[in-house]
Design a protein around this ligand. Structure first.
Ligand code: NAD
Ligand code: IPM
Ligand code: MN
Length: 360
């Protein structure tokens, strides 16, 4: 069986980590009898360099006509990269937002769990980690501040910038339904995170989430203010099952959650719409500070590829095999620098990919 996959290597460490994910997918294909047909798509800086803009209609169409998209990460160092001399709508990040919107990828799943093997890389004390944690951050991805009207003007000689945060009830309901559906397959607890003590958009969020919860009497719901949530993530990460939150809060909280798993290099993600289609990318960025050094951790991308096997291609057995191979490699003490700890064996990006592929 062949699967049509669009591949966006992107910028910085993107091409390095995507190559390892493809290596692992190909190894899984050999074992489980499928083959990936990859079509390369330019996005972000890589697209600017060729087309003068961060995304093209052709890129969106190639993605749309594939079963799924596997992506690295896009963007550069804003202080030094020429991409950031362009107007904001032509910068790398605009390409990523455009593809999310064009493909209606409103549900962003970012699973954060602690591998027993990575306890030493977690910055939290043993008594806080307790028996570990396993949460799914459900981030709304096509609304809120990211997609509201924005402008920069000069009024009476004073520079003024405006960003608007809008949500309608349909946008809130569909991500909430996803969160409750997922909670049903997990530990039956949704923590909805908002800033309802200040924002109207959060008050609507809370009201709609309460309405959705009525259809899920078997799932417990609690609400938490986002500032408290940021604190609770390091005080007691084990309390969370599904965290449901809007776009910007989810962006920030998922980076925070990633660090308690050991490193941002571990946090995978899936961006889904109402169909089986999805875009799979690590939660981290293009890490310009380590690009080209061969030291980036490819595990977040490899685990994102496993999510692709599971959610878009119905290849659960192969997805399990990839996840187990990651666990095995970690269990044997192999580490990239970001998760390195005493007594472990330090390996580079390619070696980490080789080992995981080998253990499939
Ligand atoms: P970043 O996530 O790229 O890097 C933050 C820190 O984490 C850096 O020190 C980096 O070296 C480290 N890091 C990230 N991924 C790693 C990995 N796999 N292995 C080891 N270390 C890793 O965030 P940033 O520096 O704020 O952003 C850099 C660029 O990436 C910006 O242009 C930003 O817009 C872009 N970005 C893109 C995405 C995406 O494509 N989805 C996500 C986040 C940031
Ligand atoms: C992410 C990134 C993006 C976001 C940026 C690059 C636009 O930080 O995927 O988490 O904020 O969504
Ligand atoms: Mn982010």
């Amino acid at each position: 069986m062949n699967h049509k996959i669009a591949v966006i290597p992107g910028d910085g460490i993107g091409p390095e980590i995507v190559a390892e994910a493809q290596k692992v997918l190909d190894a899984a294909g050999k074992k489980y009898g499928f083959e990936m047909e990859y079509t390369k798509v330019l996005l972000g800086g890589a697209s600017i360099d060729v087309h003068g803009k961060p995304i093209t209609d052709e890129a969106i169409e190639t993605a749309r006509s594939s079963e799924a998209v596997l992506m690295g990460s896009i963007g550069g160092d804003a202080a030094t990269s020429p991409w950031y001399k362009l107007e904001p709508s032509l910068r790398p990040e605009a390409g990523l937002l455009a593809i999310r919107k064009a493909l209606n990828l409103f549900a962003n799943l970012r699973p954060a769990y602690l591998y027993e093997e990575l306890k030493a890389a977690c910055p939290l004390r043993d008594d806080i980690i307790g028996s570990g944690f396993d949460m799914m951050i459900m981030r709304e991805l096509t609304g809120g501040l990211y997609f509201g009207e924005r402008k920069t003007v000069v009024e009476d000689g004073v520079r003024k910038a405006v960003d608007t945060l809008t949500y309608d009830e349909k946008e809130i309901r569909r991500i909430a339904v996803r969160a409750f559906d997922i909670a049903r397959k997990r530990r039956h607890l949704v923590t909805s995170v908002d800033k309802a003590n200040v924002l109207d958009s959060s008050r609507l969020w809370r009201a709609v989430v309460e309405e959705v919860a009525k259809d899920y009497p078997d799932v417990a719901l609690n609400h938490m203010l986002v500032d408290n949530c940021a604190m609770q993530l390091v005080k007691d990460p084990g309390q969370f099952d599904v965290i449901l939150t809007e776009n910007m809060f989810g962006d920030i909280l998922s980076d925070e959650a990633s660090m308690v798993t050991g490193s941002i290099g571990m946090l995978s993600s899936a961006s889904l719409n109402e169909t089986k289609f999805g875009l799979y990318e690590p939660s981290h960025g293009s890490a310009p500070d380590i690009a080209g050094k061969g030291i980036a951790n490819p595990i977040a991308t490899i685990l994102s590829a496993a999510m692709m096997l599971r959610y878009s291609l119905d290849l659960d057995e192969a997805a399990d095999a990839v996840e187990n191979a990651v666990k095995k490699v970690l269990g044997e003490g192999y580490r990239t620098t970001d998760i390195m700890s005493e007594g472990c064996t330090q390996v580079g990006t390619q070696k980490m990919g080789d080992l995981i592929a080998q253990y499939i």
